[in-house]
Ligand binder design. Structure first.
Ligand code: PLP
Length: 282
């Protein structure tokens, strides 16, 4: 397997990481996960733009011009002969320097990226999945796709131990987003989701959901809702680059609607599949 590290491609087995790396020591960096269908990036522009935005928000200079980064990312797929469904993980840190909290001088950011096979979870997309709710204990700048994922890791582990696919996070009862996804509630044909403030990560798929809703005349309402609102919801779903448009048919002990993925979710799944050029589950 070929890994992109800085501006070079190296074999996975020849990769050695510097001891004092700010990503490892401080979580001082940002990342992206990009979906690949049949060897083609999906929403790459949105992800690249967000990477630059996240980096700028924490004052990291990306050591690539955008065009150069695109060229390298495409070469990464070619070198690995990626033809199937996969994900690309891309990480950018403030670099390697003797440990000190303040920014190091004259240190270039470290970028690395790799690709791995990733199959669609079609059963779960068709059948729906369950979620639990948990307090959102993260910091105030969740719009930055930061490497500091400990609260997200703990939330997802809790969900897993309770047999759920996702942990839905809330601040004082107001739903923000999932541990690694955006969350939506459907009621009377309208889609509600937390506004894209600093409290959530504005998902690339979330941007698409807004577009798909506009195309289908489905009101897309950026208004936070409360965990109690799940009781009166017709449908609930989550989105992310890895989970796509995932129906959530149970939240804590509440069965959503009739416990099956609902028509609005199915419609948005179909729009996603059409946009991504993939064969349907919806
Ligand atoms: N919110 C959080 C906290 C995430 O980690 C993610 C993605 O992993 C998302 C939302 C969805 O983002 P995207 O649609 O760009 O994958």
């Amino acid at each position: 397997d070929w890994i992109l590290t800085g501006k070079e491609f190296v074999d996975k087995n020849d990769l050695s990481y510097p001891f004092e790396e700010r990503g490892l020591q401080f979580g001082d960096g940002v990342y992206e996960v990009i979906r690949i269908y049949e060897g083609e990036y999906y929403l790459i522009d949105e992800h690249v733009e967000r990477l630059y935005r996240s980096a700028a928000a924490i004052k990291i200079d990306v050591p690539f011009q955008k065009q150069e980064l695109y060229a390298h990312l495409h070469e990464l797929l070619n070198k690995n002969s990626v033809r199937n469904d996969a994900t690309m993980y891309l990480q950018l840190t403030r670099g390697s320097a003797p440990r000190d909290h303040a920014f190091p001088l004259n240190t270039e950011a470290n970028l690395y990226a790799y690709v791995k096979d990733f199959a669609r979870d079609t059963d779960s997309l068709e059948e729906g999945a369950s979620a639990i709710t948990m307090e959102d204990i993260r910091w105030e700048w969740c719009y930055i796709k930061s490497l500091n994922l400990l609260p997200n890791v703990l939330a997802k582990q809790n969900a897993k131990e309770l047999g759920a696919k996702e942990a839905i996070l809330h601040k004082d009862g107001m739903v923000t987003e999932g541990s690694s996804s955006n969350i939506y509630l459907v009621r009377e044909g309208k889609v509600y989701t937390h506004p894209a403030t600093k409290r959530i990560l504005g998902g690339c798929v979330r941007m698409k959901i807004e577009e798909f809703c506009k195309e289908a005349d489905i009101p897309f309402i950026e208004e936070a809702f409360r965990i109690e609102d799940f009781k009166g919801a017709d449908e609930v779903f989550m989105t992310s680059s890895t989970s796509e448009v995932q129906p959530l048919t149970k939240v804590d002990e509440v069965t959503i609607g009739d416990g099956r993925p609902g028509p609005v979710t199915r419609k948005l799944q179909a729009s996603y599949e059409k946009d991504a050029g993939i064969t349907g589950t919806a």
